[in-house]
Design a protein around this ligand. Sequence first.
Ligand code: IVH
Length: 670
Amino acid sequence: MAEEKQTQANTKARMDYLYQEIPRLNQAYYDEDAPLVTDAEYDALLRELQQLEATNPQWRQADSPTQRVGGSRLAKFAPVQHQAPLLSLANTFSGEELREFAQRCEKLAEQPLSYVLEPKIDGLTIALTYENGRLVQAATRGDGLVGENVLENVRTIAGLPKQLTDFQGRLLVRGEVYMPKQAFAELNEQREADGETVFANPRNAAAGSLRQLDAAVTASRRLAVWLYDILLLEGAEWPQTHQQALAWLQKQGLPVIPEVFAGDIEAVVAQLAPWQEKRHRLDFDIDGLVLKVDNEQVRAQLGNTAKAPRAAIAYKFPAEAVETIVLDIQVGVGRTGVLTPLAVLEPVWVAGSQISKATLHNEDNVAAKDIRIGDRVLLHKAGDVIPEIIKALPEKRTGQERVFVMPHNCPECGTPAKRPEGEAAWRCPNRQCPARVREGLEHFVSRQAMYIEGLGPQLLNQLLAAGKIKNAADIFQLTMDDLLPLERMGQKSAQNVLDAIDKARTRPLGALLAALGIPYVGSRAGRLLAANFPSLQLLTAASKEDLLAVADIGEIIAESVVNWFADPDNQQLLAGLQAGGVQPQAEVVADKPTEGPFAGKVVVLTGTLPNLTRSEAKAKLEAAGAKVTGSVSRKTDYVLAGAEAGSKLAKAQELGIAVIDEAAMLQMLS
Ligand code: IVH
C-alpha cells in the first residue's frame, strides 16, 4: 500500500514537471527560435505526458500542452525538389561594372538591349506554385536544388492571393519574403520589452518568422512578399519582356515588386545615385539593385552559368557603416522593468539621419561584442532604421577604455534587479519604480495606444513631478486648474490637452488594450482581442480557453491576458479608468461589407488628399469592403486622386478607369 502511494506521488510529480517543462520548451522553440532539446526528445516528452494523462485522468490539467491545437510539432518541413535550380546573382559594385555587364549581354545577343532595374529586396527567396489558380506550394531556396515547403506559413501573408481568379493554368513564380521595416522595429521593441532576444535585422526576423513550425506565430509577424520572376508558365502565353511579365503577374492580383525602372544602360546607371538616398524612404530593406535584360527571348538565349543567369546581375550598395566613439554606456529602465544598456555616441550621420545613441540590448550582447566605454566602433542602421553597433575596433584602443558592468540594482529606484533564468534581460521588479511609471505613461499616451496629442513626455514629467498624476487613470481626472500652473502652459494649449484627453475616452478597445502594457499585447493583439471580446467586461471574464479559441492568439498571449486581468492592482486601474469616463469603443469587426459602392472594388490612392491622410482614406475604403492596391491596372475600379497625382492618374485616364476625389469618395461612403 505504502509502495503504491509512493508510485502515485512519483507519477503526479512527473506530470507536474511535464506541465511546466513542455510549455517552456514550446516557448523557446516557437517564440525564441531557439530550441532547447531535439525534436525527438520533445516528442518523447509529449508522448509520455499523453500516456500519463490517459492512465491518470484525475491529474490532467485543462490547459495541457497535449490539447494544444496544432500543437504536435511537425518533425520538419517537407523537402521540395526545385523544378530547375534556383540560381543566385553575380555582384557588382559600380556603374562601370554594370556597363561592362551590358556590353557582354549585347555582344552575346548581337543587338542593343534595354534593361529593367529593380530593388534588391533583403529577404528570403520563395518559389510559389499555383495550380488551377490555387496556391499549392511555397518553397524556400534551400541549397538551390532542394528547399522546404513552408506553404502553411506563406498562406498567412496578407496580400498574397491563395486563389487566382482569372488564371487556371500552372504558374511558378519567384519572389522575396521580407519583414517591413516598421513591423521589424515594432517586433523588436516588443521583444526587448518582454526581455526576449531581439532580431539583428529584418532579414533575420523574416527568416525566424517564416520557418516557424506553428503558422499562428508566422501570422503574428506581419511578413510580406514581393514577386519578381516567372519561372514557369503553362496555360498562358509567356510574356515577351520582363516588364510584361511583371504586368501579367500584377494583373493576376499578385504582389509585384514596386519601384521598377526600365531604360537603356545609361539611363539605368543614372538611377544609381538617386537610389542611395531613395532606399531609405521605402518600407522594406534593400541591399542593392538588380539589373535584368528586358527581352525574355534574349534572357533565354543567354542562359546560365553554374551559379547565375547571364542576363541579370546584382548591384550592391556600398556598406553604410560609419565610425564613431562610445562616450558612455547608460542603463535605461523600460515600462516592463527591463534594464537596457544604451551607448551614448559621438554624434554621426548614417543612412540619412544623425545618430547619438544606440541600444546595446542586454549585457550578453555588450560582452559578446566586447564594447567598452571609450571604444571606437562601427555603426550602421539595422534594417535601415535601428542604429546598431556592428563591432568595436579593438585595434584602435588606447588603454583608457573601461569595461561595462551591468548594474544589479535598478539605476532609477535602487531596487535589486533580477535576471530570470533563460532570459537575457535584468528586470527591475518594482512596479512603482518612477522610470517604469514614466515609461508606462509615455506608452499609454502614444500614437499607437491612446493617442493623446499634446501630452508628450515633457508634460507627463511635469505632471508627475507636481504630483498631479500617479497612473494612467489619473490622466482622466485632470482639470484646467491642474494644467494652467505648469510651465509654458497657456489657456489654449491646456484646453487642447483636455480635448485630446476627452477624445481618448472613446478610443477603440484594441487601442486601450495595447495602451495598458499587458505583456505580449501590442496593437495587433489588442485589435484581435477587441474584435472577439468587444468589452472590458467580456475580456475580464474570458478564460484562457476562451482566448485560445481565437485564431492567432496562442498560449503566451492567452496566459498573459488572464494573469493581467486577475491582478488586483490592474483591476483597480481599470476601475479608475472607468471612473474617469473611459468608455472604449467596440472594435469594428473585420468582416467585409458585401454591399455598398466600394464592396469588392479595387481602389488605388494617389496624390495628397485635402483632408484625410492616405492611411485614413485607406482605412475608410477597406472598412467599406474595398481592396486598396498600389498600382493601376485594368483590374482597378477607382483611382482616388488628390493634389499632385502623377503617373497613376495618367495611367487611369489611359485605361479609362473612374477617377474620384476625396469629396466624391466621402459622398459615396455616406
Ligand atoms: S532575380 C536567378 N530580382 O537576391 C536569380 N533577385 O543575391 C534571380 N533578390 O537569391 C534573382 N531581390 O533572393 C532577383 N528583384 C530581385 C531580387 C532578387 C532580391 C535576391 C534573390 C537572390 C539574391 C541574389
